[in-house]
Design a protein around this ligand. Structure first.
Ligand code: HEC
Ligand code: HEC
Length: 411
């Protein structure tokens, strides 16, 4: 895995260097760049949904460009950060190569989060990038009871479809699973909306509302604009009106080289405009035989082929449709080996949101930490609630396994 990451890394270094020469300067202004200057670097994997106006396609590409722009100290990067652009961890909207390391104090079993997390006064995320006078990174204490895990930046393709899914649909699927006689019993991710409302019409959530989470690997976030704000703050040390404060850090710094709130709401809106309109890549080579096997071994128990979307979702192409996202957006116990020791949102150590199966043929690494390098490897790592399904897959004939894998790779 290490070598794969470093090879991809060379590519991203090139992209960042190219983008850096185009990024302008200036406090809280968007990094200046000629319109469309980065479009030659925009790979066809993250294309806009069909039916957008020319104006919206242009806005999509502007958002995509901002997604790939590396921010600098003068833009307010830091005091601590992990990487300096969204694209560093979601290259072409796909998985990685950048990643986030997490840590958690665990009990003697090595996987259950301990009630006492005071060993980690600056939270559960390692942040090693230093800027704006910071001298102390957040690293994992050398203690046997601290479990460190990694999360590679997951793909962001088709996430607008996920945001559009009706809450009632998620509740309906969870209720249906609760009636099942087998192990598959997904849990709705209940989280608190900690951001401030953006007023963009995509949600009516108010600060501290109890809402259903659907984004991030443990579904701790409810909306894409909130996610953008969370990522700017947590991954890059860039504050915004939706997340106005710098996160606690060992040097006790409360600001950086760009005093006050680093970025405008416009930055969030531009990036989110792009995120909400990335298409699900054209699916080719899906066979009926593959779909049948996918059902037969109960992959479809969690990777639900489609979920219905809200009638009032503000993007008409995504409203009131069966969104083909191949996830139930629920949390499932995936067993001890995948457990990360983290309590995160409404999920515990073994709980993970069913991964959307979207654009899988572009992936080279699978599962939250990229431990599998093939679809077959990913299936073999399924345990907990998914154990029977993985066993049923293993018991298929070689031909049927190949047919099923070809189907999943076509998604
Ligand atoms: C240092 C790497 C890194 C950077 C930089 C980063 N991300 Fe992420 N991103 C991740 C990881 C890791 C996750 C999974 C987070 C979790 O489980 O808590 C994630 C999750 C997401 C998701 C949710 C995807 C899903 O399937 O639910 C979105 C959307 C997203 N990031 C957008 C962004 C945007 C926008 C930016 C820039 C403002 C950004 N990311 C910067 C690593 C990164
Ligand atoms: C009990 C629910 C459940 C069942 C049943 C299930 N999965 Fe999953 N699947 C998940 C979860 C949760 C993840 C994410 C785990 C992680 O990232 O650690 C996942 C991840 C994956 C991934 C990796 C996706 C990526 O982006 O890396 C693939 C591929 C996959 N599943 C295919 C299948 C197939 C094929 C079957 C049937 C043989 C199946 N799954 C059965 C819940 C399930």
């Amino acid at each position: 895995m290490g070598s794969t990451i470093s090879v991809v890394n060379m590519k991203i270094v090139f992209i960042i260097t190219a983008a850096a020469t185009l990024a302008g300067c200036g406090g809280s202004d968007p990094p200046a760049q000629p319109d469309g200057a980065l479009t030659t670097l925009t790979n066809a994997k993250d294309v806009p949904i069909d039916g957008l106006s020319a104006d919206d396609v242009a806005k999509f590409h502007k958002g995509d460009d901002l997604f790939d722009v590396p921010f600098r100290e003068v833009d307010g990067l830091g005091p601590l950060f992990i990487r300096s652009s969204c694209g560093a961890c979601h290259s072409d909207g796909l998985r990685g190569p950048g990643l986030v390391q997490k840590m958690s104090v665990v009990t003697a079993d090595g996987i259950t989060a301990s009630a006492d997390q005071s060993e980690l006064p600056f939270g559960h995320t390692l942040r090693q990038g230093l800027a704006a006078g910071a001298v102390t990174a957040i690293t994992a204490p050398m203690a046997g009871d601290v479990k460190v895990s990694i999360r590679i930046g997951p793909p962001v393709l088709g996430r607008g479809y996920i945001e559009a899914v009706d809450d009632s649909e998620i509740l309906r699927v969870a209720a249906a699973q609760a009636q099942r006689s087998d192990e598959i019993h997904g849990k709705v991710a209940r989280v608190t909306f900690t951001s401030v409302p953006s007023g963009d019409g995509f949600s009516t959530y108010q600060t501290n509302d109890a809402v259903i989470g659907r984004f991030a690997l443990k579904a701790r976030i409810a909306t894409l604009d909130d996610f953008s704000a969370d990522a700017f703050q947590g991954d890059m040390g860039l504050t915004t009106p939706m997340r106005p404060t710098e996160l606690p850090n060992p040097d006790g710094l409360t600001d950086d080289a760009d005093p006050g709130i680093d970025l405008d709401q416009e930055h969030i809106d531009r990036v989110t405009f792009y995120l909400r309109r990335i298409a699900i890549p054209q699916r080719t080579g899906m066979t009926e035989a593959g779909a049948k096997l996918f059902d037969q071994v109960q992959c479809s128990g969690c990777h639900v082929a489609s979920m219905h979307t809200r009638k009032d979702f503000p993007i008409p192409q995504l409203a009131d449709i069966d969104a083909p996202i191949y996830t139930d957006l629920l949390l499932h116990d995936m067993g001890d080996a995948l457990a990360d020791g983290m309590v995160d949102g409404g999920a515990d150590s073994r709980g993970w949101r069913t991964a959307p199966l979207i654009g899988l043929r572009f992936n080279t690494l699978f599962l939250h930490d990229g431990r599998a390098s093939s679809v077959a490897g990913a299936i073999a790592a399924h345990a907990g609630e998914a154990r029977a399904s993985a066993d049923a897959f293993a018991a298929l004939s070689q031909t049927d396994r190949d047919t099923l894998i070809a189907f999943v790779e076509a998604l």
